[in-house]
Design a protein around this ligand. Structure first.
Ligand code: CP3
Length: 354
């Protein structure tokens, strides 16, 4: 299965699997978007939702950073809330705000507003975009989805949150409803990810962006089993599974245990220490502080070198930022980071496994 997976010989897929390859691969979370003038030009003509729902536009926007930065992988242009939005729950994505839910999910009955996702009929535009991209790209395409906790946080809070108070209140006060909600969200994300892979995505990333808000014991009890439902549900497809969250330094081991091949690390955790927190057959992805790209080039490149040094020449390593590209970033800065990673990012220590 794995030998015939798309782009099995690319540096990116080989790094995700800890197999020997010739250079450290690099891509950036949120690489498509407002840092690029060519993206803003499209957004002047179309809303975010129009871009996501129109395969030609979503394809173009996905390709923009590949052309501009020379990264080793593309990430589908879409959003973590796109599948739940397609179920007609009254969710919109507001510019400068993020996902907003008209009637937030607060009661047991609210869970019944969700149903299983049928990718072919609910999100045909996503699958058509994946197919177009796979036909056009020379590099692997990363599909992605939202992890149950992070999706639940938007549905329960009704929008972005800093404290996740209502989400945690539901989790601690009504465990049966919480588990029903998270299982339903897990099934939606799993169906979406399986369809993306079936249409040619070479890897998937599960974004649990806000899981870092939880104590490790609560993460293990209330969240991990539901994220595992997604990650293990993908195992038979044979593509690498990346699991990422922000502020998850204390959760890296648990996020690996949930069934990830690669764990994403944010910029707060020294990469040298992150290696000790995951098993030796799990790869890491990260973790340059994204705000460094807003400062002088010299300091940005010096820190890029430090992150490369901290990767220790391991094969099981993918260079990335510690979170998404910040909108005011000058794209030339990121292009220089890619050039440096490609010029100096040597894979030295681990031979191919298996
Ligand atoms: O990485 C990429 O380039 C692929 C595209 C992508 C988007 N969202 C496009 C987008 C991906 C992978 C996402 C995932 C996503 N969406 C996450 C996980 C990643 C992370 O940041 O941790 C989350 C939490 C969301 C929810 C969401 N959608 C937020 C917080 C926002 C930002 C609101 C804003 O405008 O600041 C969105 C909207 C969104 N998704 C934009 C983009 C390019 C901005 C829309 C625009 O104005 O063009």
């Amino acid at each position: 299965m794995s030998a015939s997976a798309p782009h099995a010989d690319s540096a990116f897929v080989r790094a995700c699997r800890g197999e020997a390859h010739d250079h450290v691969p690099v891509w950036f979370m949120r690489q498509a978007g407002r840092a690029l003038a060519e993206y803003r030009a499209i957004r002047e003509q179309h809303t975010f939702e129009e871009v996501v729902h129109t395969p030609d536009l979503a394809t173009e926007v996905t390709l923009q950073p590949v052309q501009r930065y020379g990264v080793d992988a593309a990430i589908l242009f879409s959003d973590i809330v796109t599948p739940v939005q397609a179920l007609g729950i009254g969710l919109t994505i507001q510019p400068g705000v993020g996902p907003v839910v008209e009637r937030p999910f607060r009661t047991p009955g609210d869970v019944d507003r969700l149903r299983d996702l049928e990718p072919d009929s609910d999100v045909p535009y996503v699958l058509e975009t994946v197919s177009q991209l796979v036909a056009e790209l020379d590099v692997p395409l990363i599909g992605f989805g939202g992890a149950p906790f992070t999706l639940a946080s938007y549905l329960v809070e009704g929008g972005p949150s800093k404290s996740y108070t209502r989400t945690k209140a539901l989790m601690f006060s009504d465990e049966p409803t919480w588990r029903r909600l998270l299982d339903q969200l897990a099934d939606i994300t799993l169906a979406s990810l399986r369809a993306q892979v079936e249409h040619g995505a070479a890897a998937v990333q599960l974004f649990d962006s806000w899981a870092g808000a939880l104590h490790p014991d609560d993460y293990r009890r209330f969240v991990l089993p539901h994220s595992r439902r997604v990650l293990e549900g993908l195992a038979d497809l044979g593509v690498p599974r990346i699991h990422f969250g922000v502020g998850t330094g204390e959760l890296l081991g648990a996020m690996a245990e949930a069934g990830a091949d690669v764990v994403g690390v944010d910029w707060r955790v020294p990469l040298e220490q992150a290696w000790d927190r995951v098993p030796t057959d799990v790869a890491l992805q990260g973790n340059l502080e994204p705000a460094l790209a807003l400062g002088p080039t010299e300091a940005l490149l010096e820190r890029t070198r430090e992150v490369l040094r901290a990767s220790g020449g391991r094969a099981r390593y993918v260079f990335n930022l510690g979170h998404g590209v910040l909108p005011p970033t000058d794209p030339d800065q990121l292009r220089r980071v890619v050039e440096l990673v490609h010029a100096e990012g040597a894979v030295v220590t681990e031979p191919a496994r298996g």
